[in-house]
Structure formats: structure tokens, C-alpha cells
Ligand binder design. Structure first.
Ligand SMILES: C[S@@+](CC[C@H](N)C(=O)[O-])C[C@H]1O[C@@H](n2cnc3c(N)ncnc32)[C@H](O)[C@@H]1O
Length: 351
């Protein structure tokens, strides 16, 4: 995969809102799981200085190169890792980077990737049907388009693209294949849907569906949100910017579930799940870009930001209190522990 992403640039979306939601503070430790062109990361590093640290992750090796170069001035306080955020926890353990004050996911693609024809993400540039975030991945959009059955294609385009014309598009693709380039595919979709209606290009949803399938975006997001929560310290912030309703639904459901103490089905007489809340919601309603931002950066128009703050679950609270008491009491004064435990428990429950 030969690309040149160094000459273009990506404008970070909801930048001030993100820094606020992360509550970035000097000396804080942050993870940007989708470092991309390094725009959000730069702001986090600036605001967490002096003493702040950032772990920047991206599945795309080109993005890591761009971010590392852009943030060279912060090389003493940042570490960039070419990794899928599916492996977030393993990366943090490897680099001993936890617990943290904040974790950001700015999902989707950067302008650098969309503007790079060789990556095959855009129906506006001629390129191969690739769409992989990393060249290490095996499955490409070409393989899906040219080998999946009509039914499989229709299901994929309907589910991941929320496309009403999925059956017609799948039929047309199967009739016209092999299809090798982005523009060939875009033309076939246009023919299948009867051309452009409204502002959105008819191939938008099909391209979204293929990209999601190639990169297993939804599965990876679900797994990463769980991991991220466990890496946050008490009152650490989880901030997610999503760009389509499938992603946003996953984020919303995850945060709502993790903000509840019991997730038993409605009507269960007494709790049997034992689930305890690990997050407190900070955004009951999503934060969206202002009209001014959309005017200045049209790619921000579909962005939705959700944020939550880490709580300690009952089990973690007990564990923490015990650890705290041991460390405060020390081995020579172990006899003080029960009294101290009671005291700390009272202090915590008053919060
Ligand atoms: C919207 S861009 C981020 C832009 C960045 N916030 C900035 O200000 O420049 C999304 C980035 O997330 C990366 N990405 C998407 N899914 C990923 C995953 N599962 N693991 C790691 N990186 C991912 C993409 O490669 C892309 O560089």
C-alpha cells in the first residue's frame, strides 16, 4: 500500500469540546486511540503540559508516521503505537501506561486517508478497492465485492450501510463484476439506485458498509470500549466522537449500560445480574458541531460526541479501600485496619 499522506492535512473535529470533555489537566495521562493526523493529540499534549503524557494509537502505519512527525516537539512526553485499538489493553500493559485520566476515540477515517486514492476509501477518486486501515489485514473490499454471493452482499450493504436499495445494488454488482476500482463500483451503485437524489452521493452508504466490513469496525469498537473503561482511573474520562448512527448506537448503549447498577431484564423481581455501574454519563444528549464549525469543516457535519466519567464499582471500591487501608496503615499498625476501613468507607459513601 503506497500512499502519501504527508502533504494533506486533517482538521480535528469538535476540538475544544473534546478537550473540555476529557477535562485535560497539567500532568495528566491520556490515550488517543485514533491519533490520525495528530490534531486532537496536539491539543491534549499542549493542555496537559507540564508533565502530561500521551499514548497515541492508530491501526494505520501512515497515520502513525504523520502524527509522530507532527508531534516531534512532544517526543519526550508521547509514544505512538501502530496498533488496532482492539488491542488497547495489551498495548497499555506492554507500555505500562495505565491507569489514565482520559481516553479518546475519534472514529472513522481522517481526511488524509479519504484524500489518498490508493487507499480506495473514496468514491470521488479512482483507486483500487482496498479500504484496509492497515496493509497487514488480509480482507479487502475487492474480495468482498468480487467473491461474496448476492445475498451476502445485500445483507452487508443493508446492515452496515443502512441502505434501502441494498438488494438492487447487490444484484447489479454481481451482474457487472469483476469490479476493480472505486469509480467502477460507484458507477454501478449509481445505476442500481437510479442516480443521485438529494445531497448525498448514492455510493456513500455502500462504501461505508464495505469499509465497516473490511475493518470489522463495529466489533472492534465494542471490544475497545470495554477495555478503555477498565484502563481509566477514578474520575477518568471516556470521550467518543462517532460519525454514523451504527457507531453512535454502540457508544450510547455501552455508556447507558455501564451507567446502571442493574441490567436485569425489566420485570425481574430482584436483581440477579450483579452488575454495578462503572461510568457516570456526562452527556445526556450528544454534542454536535456548531453551524460555524460545519461551515468551516463540512466533514464534521455528522459528528456526535459522547462522554462519561469513570466510577468505581462496588467490588472495585471495596478492593481499593482495602488497598488504601493497607498502604496507609502499613504492616506495623495492622491492628488499626478495621477502624480505618470503617472510616474510609464512610468517607467514600459520603461522596
Ligand atoms: C477521524 S481520524 C482521527 C483524526 C485525529 N483525531 C486528528 O485530530 O487528526 C480516525 C483515525 O482512526 C484510525 N482508526 C480507525 N479505526 C481504528 C482502529 N480500530 N484501531 C486503531 N485506529 C483506528 C484511522 O486509521 C484514522 O487515522
Amino acid at each position: 500500500m503506497v500512499t502519501d499522506m504527508s502533504t494533506s492535512s486533517h482538521t480535528p473535529v469538535l476540538l475544544e469540546e473534546t478537550v473540555q470533555a476529557l477535562a485535560v489537566q497539567p500532568g495528566g495521562r491520556y490515550i488517543d486511540c485514533t491519533v490520525g493526523g495528530g490534531g486532537h493529540a496536539a491539543a491534549i499534549l499542549d493542555r496537559s503540559s507540564p508533565g502530561g503524557q500521551l499514548l497515541g494509537i492508530d491501526a494505520d502505519p501512515e497515520a502513525i508516521k504523520v502524527a509522530r512527525t507532527r508531534l516531534e516537539a512532544h517526543s519526550g512526553s508521547s509514544l505512538f503505537v501502530n496498533e488496532n485499538f482492539l488491542n488497547l489493553q495489551a498495548s497499555c500493559i506492554r507500555y505500562d501506561f495505565f491507569p489514565v485520566h482520559g481516553i479518546l476515540f475519534d472514529l472513522g477515517l481522517s481526511s488524509l486517508q479519504l484524500g489518498s486514492p490508493a487507499r480506495g476509501f473514496s468514491f470521488q477518486h479512482e483507486g483500487p478497492l482496498d479500504m484496509r486501515l492497515s496493509p497487514a489485514q488480509e480482507l479487502t473490499a475487492d474480495e468482498i465485492v468480487n467473491t461474496y454471493s448476492e445475498n451476502e452482499l445485500a445483507r452487508l450493504i443493508g446492515t452496515y450501510g443502512e441502505e434501502g436499495y441494498s438488494r438492487q445494488i447487490a444484484r447489479r454488482i454481481v451482474q457487472k463484476r469483476p469490479l476493480r476500482t472505486t469509480l467502477e463500483l460507484a458507477r454501478v451503485v449509481e445505476q442500481a439506485t437510479g442516480g443521485r437524489r438529494g445531497k448525498i452521493h448514492p455510493a456513500t452508504r455502500t462504501f461505508q458498509a464495505l469499509r465497516i466490513a473490511v475493518n470489522q469496525e463495529l466489533e472492534h469498537l465494542e471490544a475497545a470500549l470495554e477495555q478503555a473503561t477498565s484502563l481509566l482511573g477514578f474520575q477518568g474520562r471516556l470521550v467518543v466522537i462517532s460519525y454514523h448512527s451504527l457507531e453512535d448506537r454502540i457508544v450510547k448503549r455501552f455508556m447507558l449500560k455501564e451507567a446502571r447498577d442493574c441490567i436485569c431484564p425489566p420485570g425481574t423481581p430482584s436483581c440477579v445480574c450483579g452488575h454495578t455501574a462503572s461510568l457516570r454519563l456526562l452527556t445526556r444528549k450528544v454534542i454536535r458541531p456548531s453551524p460555524a464549525e460545519v461551515g468551516f469543516n463540512p466533514r464534521s457535519r455528522s459528528a456526535r460526541l459522547r462522554a462519561a466519567e469513570r466510577l468505581l464499582s462496588r467490588d472495585e471500591l471495596d478492593e481499593t479501600i482495602e488497598k488504601l487501608c493497607f498502604s496507609v496503615a502499613g504492616s506495623s499498625t495492622v491492628w488499626k485496619r478495621p477502624a480505618l476501613l470503617k472510616e474510609v468507607r464512610r468517607a467514600f459513601s459520603a461522596v
